[in-house]
Ligand binder design. Structure first.
Ligand SMILES: [Ca+2]
Ligand SMILES: [Ca+2]
Length: 405
């Protein structure tokens, strides 16, 4: 719980009274400093207690330390006038971080305020804002891959989308974020199907196609608790000439995959920006398998240096394109869907990245998979991320782009 403005005011008044009393007893040539330590924005609490605060006199290097109280304040009374550097740092355990942010991950927080001047007989209040590395990360929030049936019982698969969510405590820039689908069949679709030939390598994933969000580094900020939708085609799929039975209008998608081709088989929706196509082994568009794809998001500073591995079936290796080998360390999040509950042996994503998988009732069912909500901190919904698609995702009968309801 945050302290109300009123109790902060009462507290400040109390501190001033304290100071007045102290000043009467103490050497008038000294001063008092009160340091109020605050957790980063987006944390469940504002006032940070039991934090060690250090004040260092910049002239003589003399260092004094104190601890913040339950009100998040450390008091330093009777200190020498001068210029000070005030700093604080605290390590939160996974459990402490979880209570404050919803994300169980150790973090080191620190804050510093330089050139704090204290006059003789003066009283000064310093506000110190703690900062640390973001907790949590980008995650797949929803994947709609099954497609839908047309009124004439035809198969419609252009309405697929992927939604990526900022499940962290800080703004994340999406510039240069890579999205890829993973090589391998989703199960026994034909009796000859075998699990991916790469399955023995649990340290890498092997991508069919790779797309990238463009940008120069800070063009595409994503606020905590917000998401982007990447459409196969950024159009209203419910139009009569497309599929009135489609569950989605993706004309307001944030991005689409436009696959430039000489025959113009993929249309470029002018209102929806295009991802950059980095590597492509698909057909007309970035259609991921309607039987259940493996997907990853990742970052790399040097995409061209990623190894291109020959197509793993020797008799096809001469005429099918190589696949892109992506080390697990580069992967930010993974999602795996397979054909059905008996398809576990066809897993493509290494267990360390995703220990489970989801499956739909069938193809073209319009079913979608959405990550479950874990908790809400300061209005920010924290999604469940245990690196296990079985546990983390729920099957929906209709997709919910940009929504958790
Ligand atoms: Ca497209
Ligand atoms: Ca477009």
């Amino acid at each position: 719980m945050k302290l109300s403005k009123l109790s902060i005011f009462a507290l400040s008044t109390l501190c001033m009274l304290l100071f007045t009393n102290c000043s009467e007893d103490d050497d008038p040539s000294s001063g008092d400093m009160s340091v109020s330590v605050n957790y980063p924005d987006n944390y469940a609490e504002e006032l940070a207690q039991n934090v060690t605060v250090k004040v260092i006199n910049t002239l003589n290097g003399k260092e004094t330390t104190g601890q913040t109280t339950a009100e998040g304040i450390a008091l330093f009374t009777g200190i020498t006038p001068g210029t000070y550097t005030v700093s604080a740092s605290v390590s939160l355990t996974g459990a402490e971080a979880e209570a404050l942010t919803g994300i169980a991950q150790e973090v080191q927080l620190s804050g510093v305020e330089s050139n704090v001047s204290l006059m003789a007989g003066g009283e000064i209040m310093v506000d110190l804002d703690l900062d640390g590395s973001p907790l949590g990360s980008l995650v797949f929030k929803e994947v709609y891959y099954t497609g839908s049936k047309t009124p004439a019982e035809g198969n419609y698969f252009s309405d697929q989308f992927i939604e990526i969510y900022n499940n962290s405590t800080e703004v994340i820039y999406l510039d240069n974020l890579y999205i890829a689908d993973i090589y391998g069949v989703s199960g026994l679709i034909n009796s000859s199907n075998v699990p991916t030939e790469f399955q023995d390598d649990q340290d890498n994933v092997y991508a069919n196609s790779v797309w990238k969000i463009p940008g120069s580094g800070t063009d595409y900020p994503l606020e905590p608790g917000n998401s982007i939708v990447i459409a196969q085609d950024g159009v209203n799929h419910q139009l009569d000439e497309l599929n009135p039975n489609s569950p989605v209008d993706l004309s307001n998608a944030d991005w689409e995959t436009f696959n430039v081709r000489d025959d113009n088989r993929d249309a470029d929706a002018p209102e929806v920006p295009n991802l950059e196509r980095m590597y492509f082994t698909g057909g007309f568009d970035w259609l991921v398998t309607v039987f259940g794809p493996g997907l990853v998001i990742f970052r790399t500073d040097d995409f061209d240096s990623l190894e291109q591995v020959p197509y793993p079936v020797p008799e096809y290796a001469d005429f099918l394109d190589p696949r892109i080998k992506i080390p697990n360390e580069l992967i930010i999040d993974a999602f795996e869907a397979l054909k059905d509950g008996n398809s576990g042996s066809f897993k493509r994503v290494p267990v360390a990245l995703d220990a489970g998988f989801v499956y739909a009732d069938g193809t073209y069912t319009a079913q979608s998979f959405r990550r479950k909500a874990l908790t809400t901190i300061e209005g920010r919904v924290v999604l469940k991320d245990s690196n296990n698609s079985t546990d983390d995702f729920e099957k929906l009968d209709t997709p919910t782009p940009k929504s958790l309801d």
